[in-house]
Write a protein of this length. Structure first.
Length: 457
């Protein structure tokens, strides 16, 4: 077997002032009440005070620069947000945005900027990028901002798996900007014809349905489809990670990378056995089209792909009912959540507060809803769903995915995950590319573990 050693594989809280309730309660002893009211000094609730010790007047006319990883629709919408914030914010803060095209380029450009005068005040980066920069002393801990009595926000409105991804020990190195997940799609109509009345909730259920779909291909009159049916293999890193989690495994043990573990072996062995029995297959030029053409009972897609699935089904004239599923784990299932975060780089206290106020505005449910409608990703706030009724009705499978948020699991909170996750995807793809026998998956996991530990040094 070719040795796997490449760099990638082997390489408000209380924003509103507290107002006093001035309602008067009238009792039968009116004269006593009047006497007390005349001779007593009314109690007033003190105004909330910020603990950040920044004079708001210093924010007026202050300019901050934000670097983003997007182009196209996301970039255009973000630029619109910048214009609206600049025109409406009460502090007179001026934001300017610059696109760095993608996350990889943004990471390199931001890292290179640390020693220059061109360093941005804020970036939209991946959590693992923020973790690495924080370890280098370049990122602002946003805990005090998030918890401030005046400028803070209600984090209870943000799901646990979204909010806690940006923690580094006790420090908050970012705030959720976007969150998504890989999910399974299931052709419910076809499954019903095969004799299944409910979605799979365990790995054994998944295998039984996938294999019966493959068997139906072998028994029809078309020989060209005899290798199809079942699960269409997806080798994205987050797919591999989700399957590991579904079997009770993962990539960390006591803070260190651990791939060669019994439950991880079970997950990879299960997936390879699906392929060995032709209950899983590879090689589709367009997985969504294959799904719409009933060539796969299950496929794996990113959340943002769901509108494309609806369009392709319509184009194919396919009226089958399809659903979003988590990865089966003998319970409610799991999804592995990932996405970008707002990261504030160290600068002056005024610039850091200005960046925070822009982030807080972006997280308001009105802006959050517009992000959802443009990107088709998860809403960051639970309350945002109040504004998305029409969107839910248009994309019911998106709402199925939203309902899975409580089953969301986080990625490792380590800067090294930036390269380790790429290695995971490369190793997982290699396992399929060279058709590693199910009995030898432990060797792949051992190599992954060794490489992960090298990459994390």
């Amino acid at each position: 077997m070719k040795k796997i050693t490449s760099l990638l594989f082997i390489a408000s809280i209380l924003l509103a002032a507290c107002g006093a309730d001035t309602t008067t309660t009238v009792t039968a002893e009116a004269s006593v009440t009047q006497s007390v009211a005349t001779n007593s000094t009314p109690e007033t609730t003190p105004m909330a005070e910020s603990r950040l010790e920044v004079n708001e007047e210093a924010l007026n006319g202050l300019e901050i620069t934000v670097w983003m990883p997007w182009y196209g629709i996301e970039s255009s919408l973000f630029e619109t947000f910048v214009e609206e914030f600049n025109a409406s914010n009460a502090w007179g803060i001026i934001v300017s945005a610059r696109s760095q095209t993608n996350f990889a380029n943004l990471y390199e450009m931001t890292t290179s900027s640390f020693a220059t005068m061109d360093k941005p005040d804020m970036v939209i980066a991946l959590p693992e990028h923020a973790q690495g920069w924080y370890d280098e002393g370049m990122v602002t801990d946003l805990t005090d901002y998030a918890e401030d009595p005046v400028y803070g926000l209600d984090s209870d409105d943000i799901p646990f798996a979204f909010w806690n991804q940006d923690l580094s020990a006790n420090a908050r190195v970012g705030i959720p900007a976007q969150r998504t997940a890989m999910v399974l799609l299931w052709n419910q109509t076809w499954a019903d014809e095969l004799g299944f009345v409910s979605a799979p909730v365990s790995a054994d259920d998944f295998k039984q349905q996938a294999c019966r779909a493959h068997d139906s291909m072998r028994t029809d009159a078309i020989t060209e489809n005899d290798t199809l049916g079942g699960w269409l293999v997806n080798t994205e890193p987050m797919t591999a990670y989700a399957w590991m989690l579904a079997f009770g495994g993962g990539v960390l043990e006591e803070g260190n990378y651990r791939f060669l573990a019994p439950k991880n072996i079970d997950s990879f062995k299960f997936l390879r056995e699906l392929s060995e029995t032709n209950c899983a297959w590879q090689g589709a030029s367009d997985p969504i089209t294959s799904f719409a053409n009933r060539e796969a009972l299950f496929i794996t897609v990113g959340l943002g792909d769901l509108p494309s699935v609806s369009r392709i089904f319509a184009s194919a004239g396919n009226r089958d009912k399809w659903s979003v599923l988590p990865f089966p784990n003998n319970g409610n299932g799991i999804i592995a959540v990932y996405g970008s975060s707002y990261v504030v780089l160290n600068s002056s206290e005024e610039e850091q507060l200005a960046s925070w106020l822009f982030i807080k505005w972006l997280l308001e449910k009105e802006q959050d809803a517009r992000w959802v409608e443009a990107t088709h990703l998860f809403p960051l706030r639970s309350s945002t769903l109040e504004l998305l009724g029409n969107y839910e009705r248009t994309y019911p499978q998106w709402k199925q995915a939203v309902d899975l948020i409580p089953q969301g699991e986080m990625q490792p909170p380590l800067g090294s995950w930036r390269t380790v996750k790429v290695m995971l995807g490369d190793g997982f793809a290699h396992m399929y590319r060279v058709n590693v026998p199910s009995g030898q998956v432990a060797a792949i996991l051992a190599q992954m573990e060794s490489t992960a530990r090298d990459l994390s040094k």
